[in-house]
Ligand binder design. Structure first.
Ligand SMILES: Cc1cc2nc3c(=O)[nH]c(=O)nc-3n(C[C@H](O)[C@H](O)[C@H](O)COP(=O)(O)OP(=O)(O)OC[C@H]3O[C@@H](n4cnc5c(N)ncnc54)[C@H](O)[C@@H]3O)c2cc1C
Length: 338
C-alpha cells in the first residue's frame, strides 16, 4: 500500500502524523503493535478532513476514541489510525427537547447497583464533539450545574465510542440521552435522530454503516450537580475493583432466559467466570482474569493480544462445556488477526 498521496494531503492540511507508531499507548489495555500511520486530531474539521483524505486516496483508517473497548493486534494496523481528541461542547439555547426512548432490554435484567437521581423536568441540550472523554465532560458540565452523566462516571470512553457501543452505566444507556447526532457519512455531514441508531445492548447501526460520529446533541439536566457529583463518587467507589488496564467487561451478561434456565442468583458474567467456571486469576503470559472483577481481563505488564485472545478462548470453551452457552464478546479486535 502506498501512503505517499495521503501523506502529501495531510501535510498540506497541516495535520501532523507519525509513521510506524505504537498504538498501545492509545488504548486502555496498553496492547498492540504499530500503525503504518497514526495521527492525533484535536478538532472536528481535522477529523472531517482526515477521513475525506483517506477515502479519496483509498487508505483504510480506524478511529480510536478512548481505546477502551478494543484489543489491537500484535501485528498492528495497516492504514491510518486516527486518535480523536476533538473536545468542544456548547449549550444549544432554545433547542426543542424531543421525546426520547430508552434502550428497551426485556431480555437482560440490569442489577440495582446504584439509585439514579430523581428525574427532573428542566432539560437542556448540549452539542458535544465526539473526542471528549466522558469523565472530563462530566466534570466540565457539573461546573456549570448540568448533570445527567453521573451513571457513566469513571468510564474511560469518548462520546464517539460511547455512541458506537451504546455504552451502559447501571440501567442507563448512552443512546437514551441522544436527541440528534452529526455524522460523517460517505463524505457528507448528516443530522440524524435517536431512532436512526437502532440502539441495543452494545449495539448501534454504526457497527454496520461505519459512519463517523462528529458530535452528539445530548439531553441533560439543568441542576442537581451536587447530588450528581455525590452519586458519581459513590459509583466510582463501587467500581474500584475494575482493572484499568483492560477493555472493560469481556462478555455480555446472561439473558433472563439463560439465568433462569441455569438457576444462577445473578446474570453477572463475572459471577459465572468466577464461581461456575472457576477461572478467576487464570493467567496466560501477561494477561490475567482479574481477581478484582472476573468479567475483566487485565494486562499485568507485558501482555500481548495473543495472550488475551487465548484467555478469551479458554473462557468461551469452558462456558460451552459447562453450560452449553456460546459467549458473545463485548470487545472489538483491531488490525490483522495474530
Ligand atoms: C475500566 C473500564 C471500565 C469500563 N466500564 C464500562 C461500563 O461501565 N459500561 C460500558 O458500556 N462499557 C464500559 N467499558 C468499555 C468501554 O469504555 C465502552 O465500550 C466505550 O463505549 C468505548 O468507548 P471508546 O471511546 O473507548 O471507544 P474505542 O475503544 O476507542 O472504540 C470502540 C469502537 O468505537 C468506534 N468509534 C470510536 N469513536 C468513534 C466515532 N467518533 N465515530 C464512530 N465510531 C467511533 C471505534 O472505531 C471502535 O470500533 C469500560 C472499559 C474500561 C477499560
Amino acid at each position: 500500500m502506498s501512503y505517499q498521496a495521503l501523506i502529501e494531503r495531510l501535510t498540506s492540511l497541516g495535520i501532523s502524523f507519525q509513521r510506524d507508531c505504537p498504538i498501545a499507548p492509545h488504548t486502555t489495555f496498553r496492547i498492540g503493535g504499530e500503525a503504518d500511520l497514526l495521527c492525533v486530531i484535536e478538532s472536528l474539521p481535522e477529523l472531517h478532513d482526515t477521513i475525506i483524505a483517506c477515502n479519496s486516496h483509498h487508505i483504510p483508517y480506524k478511529i480510536i476514541g478512548g481505546g477502551s473497548n478494543i484489543l489491537v493486534s500484535d501485528k498492528g494496523y495497516r492504514g491510518l489510525i486516527i486518535i480523536n481528541k476533538a473536545k468542544d461542547w456548547e449549550i444549544l439555547e432554545d433547542a426543542e427537547i424531543p421525546e426520547l426512548k430508552s434502550t428497551a432490554l426485556a431480555r437482560h435484567r440490569a442489577e440495582d447497583v446504584v439509585t439514579p437521581l430523581e428525574e427532573r423536568q428542566n432539560k437542556v441540550i448540549v452539542r458535544i464533539a465526539s473526542g471528549i472523554k466522558i469523565p472530563t465532560l462530566m466534570n466540565q458540565l457539573l461546573k456549570v450545574d448540568i448533570s445527567g452523566l453521573e451513571l457513566f462516571a469513571g468510564i474511560p470512553a469518548t462520546v464517539g465510542g460511547a455512541t458506537y457501543m451504546n455504552m451502559h452505566g447501571a440501567k442507563l444507556f448512552f443512546g437514551d440521552l441522544i436527541a440528534q447526532a452529526q455524522l460523517l457519512s460517505n463524505g457528507e455531514v448528516k443530522n440524524v435522530s435517536q431512532e436512526y441508531f437502532q440502539f441495543d445492548y452494545d449495539y448501534s447501526i454504526l457497527h454496520e454503516t461505519q459512519e463517523t460520529v462528529l458530535s452528539c446533541d445530548l439531553v441533560l439536566t439543568q441542576g442537581q450537580s451536587k447530588e450528581a457529583k455525590a452519586l458519581a463518587k459513590e459509583w466510582i467507589m463501587k467500581k474500584k475493583n475494575q482493572p484499568q488496564r483492560s477493555a472493560g467487561c469481556l462478555f455480555h451478561n446472561l439473558t433472563n432466559e439463560q439465568q433462569e434456565k441455569l438457576g444462577y442468583p445473578t446474570p453477572s458474567i463475572g459471577y459465572v467466570i468466577d464461581k461456575v467456571l472457576g477461572l478467576k486469576g487464570k493467567t496466560i503470559g501477561g494477561a490475567k482474569i482479574s481477581e478484582g472483577h472476573a468479567a475483566f481481563i487485565e494486562n499485568t505488564g507485558k501482555a500481548t493480544a495473543e495472550d488475551v485472545l487465548k484467555l478469551i478462548n479458554e473462557i468461551k470453551k469452558q462456558m460451552l462445556l459447562k453450560t452449553g452457552i456460546v459467549l458473545q464478546s463485548e470487545i472489538e479486535f483491531v488490525g490483522e488477526l495474530n
